[in-house]
Design a protein around this ligand. Structure first.
Ligand code: UN1
Length: 511
């Protein structure tokens, strides 16, 4: 009932004239308008945006450099209060932001709710952390006659390059951490979700972030993104997206004739779910479905491969096929929809290509039905599952509702984990087992960032399950964890001799 009432508010907040343009004080917003189509029905235009040109990016850099010292000198508690005010505003405007997520990103309404909640959580979490870490730095232990403190401050200008799959939550997480730490921010969201980025930046301005401290420069990675990451005035980049793009950003940050910029990247995954013969089949299938197909599989945390022990495999596969036949694929604005569209036609092409390859190499387990009328004009991919012989048949992350099943036999558990590690990715891992030794053995051997036991493996909660991977899956530190915010900061150790004598109390005492 609550969700139904919210859905009505979302519908009432849905508009077709959303507009985004660069938010850069002193720049002219010239250029052509680019139309944004509804992923569920490409004939519908939901809004327009205008890209930043080179002069606008240059102006944004100048503004950001000029504005940062004052923002850095603002007490951390004041910065935190602004971010907390933004969290309150976002909560009040949940229906509008869910409407934007549905119309621009094709998110279902429950996904939209989770998206806004996560954004609110990130704003409050980093605000709270900034109060503690920046407000009154804890004195370090040291000898008498000396005071030692570690003081945190902003690094300078941060570029926040956020993804379309969490256009509000990850955007808010990156921006909140960078701002809380005393940086000025230039936000360049993924092109697919510029409307959400624009309205989120406007909301942060309304909450009190100065316009030169948080600027919005929409555009593509090759021009706007590259202009930012190759510029020596940018001290660091927060990025979520592909491993390949993270590599390119890292090269750009190192190649500049300036300090090597900091990269904080969350990238892809080839996430596995392991079920052994002690797993409860209903629970395993339920969690496999949720992990693989929620958000149309467009989460880097999503399960891509289910490793099931052979003695429960037939039953599990039959139940999976049965459950997939019941999935409702269609308009994300309807509460009855389980799986919405994928983000755009490029994403659909890659998935279709993968399905074509699987046809020759794997056994189809199930494809969820697509209602031709509801899906004819959108970028829909029918949730699909195939049985594979080995993980090496997957050569890339398939970003969408595509699940793969591989059987394993007793005695092969270590090989299964080694194969998962050998993919090079290390983001999430699901384990379904009732045997403690098995669970411990898998957790110890797997090189992953987030392991989930007997539950689904998506939806990490800020501050509760710090999120992020190893190896090809990212640089760390984990988002929503205690070490993320300090990575956006410089550390200055300040040692003061509190006596009238010269010398070095540390050496005298400890040396
Ligand atoms: C991503 O999909 O880019 O745990 C990462 C989760 C989310 C994943 C975010 N926090 O499902």
């Amino acid at each position: 009932d609550q969700l139904r009432a919210l859905a009505e508010q979302v519908n009432a907040a849905t508009r077709e004239d959303w507009r985004a343009a660069p938010l850069v004080p002193g720049a002219n917003a010239a250029g052509a308008d680019i139309a944004v189509g509804y992923p569920a029905d490409r004939r519908v235009t939901v809004g327009h945006w205008r890209a930043a040109d080179a002069a606008t990016v240059e102006r944004a850099l100048q503004n950001a450099v000029a504005a940062q010292p004052q923002w850095d000198a603002t007490p951390a508690a004041s910065r935190a209060a602004i971010l907390e005010h933004a969290a309150d505003l976002l909560e009040q405007r949940m229906p509008q932001f869910i409407a934007l997520c549905t119309r621009e990103a094709g998110k279902t309404i429950p996904d939209g709710v989770a998206e806004v909640r996560e954004a609110v959580d990130f704003l409050r979490y980093y605000a709270g952390q900034a109060r503690r870490l920046f407000g009154a730095p804890e004195p370090l232990p040291g000898p008498t006659g000396e005071s030692n403190t570690l003081q945190l401050g902003g690094r300078g200008v941060f570029a926040c390059i956020s993804p379309w799959n969490f256009p509000l939550a990850i955007f808010a997480g990156q921006v909140a951490a960078a701002l809380a730490a005393g940086n000025s921010v230039i936000a360049k969201p993924a092109e697919q979700t510029n409307l959400i980025g624009y309205y989120a930046v406007k909301l942060l301005h309304e909450a009190g972030v100065p316009e030169a401290v948080l600027q919005f420069v929409p555009g593509d990675g090759a021009t706007v993104g590259a202009a930012l990451t190759s510029d020596p005035r940018v001290a660091g980049v927060a990025f979520t997206g592909s491993t390949e793009t993270a590599r390119a950003i890292n090269r750009a940050l190192a190649a500049r004739d300036a300090a090597i910029g900091v990269l904080i990247a969350e990238t892809g995954g080839q996430n596995a779910l392991i079920g052994d013969s002690s797993a409860l089949p209903e629970q395993l299938v339920k969690d496999a479905l949720a992990s693989a197909f929620t958000s149309a599989g467009q989460r880097c945390s999503a399960a891509r491969v289910l490793f099931v022990q052979d003695d429960i495999a037939d039953k599990t596969i039959a139940m999976l096929a049965g459950a997939m036949a019941e999935l409702k694929v269609g308009d994300p604005g309807l509460l009855s929809t389980d799986v919405g569209p994928v983000i755009d036609s490029d994403a659909l092409c890659l998935l279709d290509e993968h399905a074509g390859r699987m046809q020759g190499e794997a056994t189809l387990i199930a494809r969820a039905p697509l209602d031709p009328e509801a899906t004819a004009h959108g970028t829909f991919f029918a949730p699909s599952a195939w049985e594979l012989r080995s993980l090496s048949q997957l050569t890339r992350e398939n970003f969408g509702p595509a699940l793969h099943v591989i059987r394993w036999k007793a005695g092969e558990l270590d090989q299964v984990v080694d194969a998962i590690n050998a993919s090079g990715y290390g983001l999430t891992l699901g384990i379904h087992s009732r045997i403690d030794e098995t669970i411990e053995r898998i957790v110890a051997r797997a090189r992953v960032g987030n392991a989930y036991v007997n539950r689904n493996q998506i939806g990490a909660v800020v501050g509760v399950q710090p999120f992020g991977g190893q190896n090809l899956s990212g640089t760390g530190p984990k988002a929503g964890g205690p070490h993320y915010l300090p990575r956006f900061a410089t550390e200055k150790t300040v040692t003061v001799n509190t006596t009238a004598a010269g010398g070095n109390a540390s050496l005298l005492t400890l040396g």
